[in-house]
Design a protein around this ligand. Sequence first.
Ligand SMILES: [Mg+2]
Length: 227
Amino acid sequence: MLPVRFRKFWVAKGTNVGTMRIGLDFDNTIVSYDHVFHMVAVDHGLIDPAVPASKVAIRDHMRRTGNEDAWTELQGYVYGKRMADASAFPGVVEFLRHARDSAITVYIISHKTRYPFAGPRYDLHQAAEAWIESTLVDEGGALICRDNISFYEGKDEKISRVGALECDVFVDDLPEILTAPGFPDGTRRILFDPDRYHAPLPGIQSIVHWKDIRSHITVMERRGLGG
Ligand SMILES: [Mg+2]
């Protein structure tokens, strides 16, 4: 594997053959749980339907109303048993198709415990893999190669993997991942912040929609990876 600074010269002029490597977080970056959390929490009488259909709003509401334990268990249930009801954020599938057609290599590098902290022992990695298999597909088959998908129990392992794969770009919804001390210097950081929850952070590009990731990366492709 050539270092990034050399790899950019392998992007042939006038063709779409590239060697860009893009790493993606999974939970709350590729997958939106807002509607499934709302549906399940209402069905179980944990929230009033008037609480906004947002994972963060539901979490905050349940914490405020003394339902922290129920919130913990609800997460295991949603990420395990109800994973099939979660949806991809708008623009994810289109982005992955663009990546495949542009010969951009995409990796999913996720930090996710295998089993929930509370409640029944659903295999959360298996649930996530099944979701990827059924959701991140088109008529041409899987949009991400199975070998390019990894789930790690710890944040440090996840961040090491971003470095080991020499990702040119990494997209995550959590600033603490992108600003972690071990985060590789050579990887551009994109914060996916659809609800504009975070204040601007130095050195981090913040975007609210997947189509913005696509246009950001297209600019990098045009300029070469050093763009
Ligand atoms: Mg995430």
